[in-house]
Design a protein around this ligand. Structure first.
Ligand code: GRF
Length: 225
C-alpha cells in the first residue's frame, strides 16, 4: 500500500517537486493526498495542480487566532487521510496539539546540519559564519523548532565568496536527494526511535564510509535515490 502523505508548504515547492518526481519515477511508494499552504499564492500549489494533486490553502488572517487556525488545519489534514505530514518549506510553527495528533508522524527538512543554524535564516547565517561544511537535515518534528530526532543529514562544501543564494542552491540539491529517501524509509516502516537516536532498519550504508583521506563522507543512498 502506498503511504498517504500531506505536504505542507509556503513557497516555491522545489522539495514537493522532488517528492512528486520520485513518486512518478516509481521509486517512492507514497501518494500525495493533500498539498496544503498557508499562502494562497505559493508556487508549490501550482506545481501540485499541474500534477493533478488535491490542494488547499488557508490564511491565518481569516481565523480568530493561531489555535483556531491550527485546529482547522488539523481537520483538513485528517480529512485527507494522510498518515504522514511532510513539511516542505512550511513557514508556520505547528502548535503542540497538532504535533501531538501526529506524534512521530511529521517530518521536516531544514537547510543546515542541525543543531547548528536553526531558524529561518540558515543559508545566510552559514554563508556569513564561514563554515566549511554546510548541509541539510531531515528530522522528526517535536514541539520545539528544528529540534526533533535526526533521520538523515547531507553535507555540502561552503566556499569563501559563497553568498546565501549560491550556498542555498548547493544545499537545496542535497535536500531533493535526501527528503524522498527519508519518506520512503518512513513508508516502509523502517524508522524507529531509541531516545533521540533514529534507527533505520536494514540500511546497510548506515555506517558511513571513510575515503582515503580519512574524512567521513555522505553515505551512498539506496537504489533510485
Ligand atoms: C528549503 O530550503 C527547506 O530546507 C526549508 O525551506 C526551503 C523550501 O524550499 N525548510 P522549497 O519551497 O522546497 O523550494
Amino acid at each position: 500500500m502506498k503511504m498517504p502523505i500531506a505536504v505542507l508548504l509556503s513557497g516555491g515547492g522545489s522539495n514537493l517537486q522532488a517528492i512528486i518526481d520520485r513518486i512518478e519515477e516509481g521509486v517512492l511508494d507514497a501518494q500525495i493526498c493533500l498539498v496544503f499552504s498557508n499562502k494562497a499564492d505559493a508556487y508549490g500549489l501550482e506545481r501540485a495542480r499541474l500534477h493533478g494533486l488535491p490542494t488547499r490553502s488557508m490564511v491565518m488572517g481569516d481565523f480568530l487566532d493561531r489555535e483556531a487556525y491550527d485546529r482547522a488545519m488539523l481537520e483538513v489534514i485528517l480529512e485527507s487521510g494522510a498518515e504522514l505530514v511532510v513539511l516542505a518549506g512550511f513557514m508556520h510553527f505547528l502548535s503542540p496539539p497538532l504535533v501531538r495528533a501526529f506524534e512521530n508522524r511529521i517530518l521536516n527538512i531544514h537547510p543546515s546540519l542541525l543543531p547548528g543554524f536553526p531558524g529561518v535564516a540558515a543559508q545566510r547565517q552559514q554563508a556569513e559564519y564561514g563554515v566549511r561544511l554546510a548541509g541539510c537535515t531531515v528530522h522528526f518534528v517535536d514541539e520545539k523548532m528544528d529540534n526533533g530526532p535526526v533521520i538523515i543529514q547531507a553535507a555540502v562544501p561552503a566556499f569563501p565568496g559563497d553568498d546565501p543564494e549560491s550556498l542555498g542552491m548547493r544545499i537545496l540539491e542535497m535536500e531533493h536527494r535526501i527528503y524522498p529517501q527519508a519518506i520512503q524509509w518512513f513508508s516502509e516502516g523502517r524508522l524507529s526511535l531509541d531516545g533521540r537516536q533514529v534507527i533505520v532498519d536494514q540500511f546497510e550504508n548506515q555506517l558511513v564510509a571513510e575515503n582515503s583521506a580519512g574524512f567521513l563522507i555522505n553515505p551512498p543512498l539506496e537504489k533510485g535515490f
